[in-house]
Design a protein around this ligand. Structure first.
Ligand code: SF4
Length: 59
């Protein structure tokens, strides 16, 4: 699975919740990407809310 896919999924995910919110929202083009790997629901390479598998089929 490519990290690029994580970004696509997170950009379509309503539950995306980044670990470092200040960085994300104070920096429009910051280094902290909208990506599952930066999401607090992402655990052990798996979405804790089971949304990844649903969304990935749409991206
Ligand atoms: S880890 Fe899950 S909740 Fe977080 S952005 Fe990805 S699909 Fe959405």
């Amino acid at each position: 699975m490519y990290s690029n896919t994580y970004q696509k999924v997170a950009s379509k995910c309503d539950e995306f919740s980044p670990f470092e919110q200040n960085d994300v929202f104070s920096n429009a083009v910051g280094e902290t990407s909208v990506s599952c790997v930066n999401c607090e629901h992402f655990d052990s390479n798996h979405c804790g809310l089971d949304l990844y598998d649903k969304i990935v089929n749409e991206v």
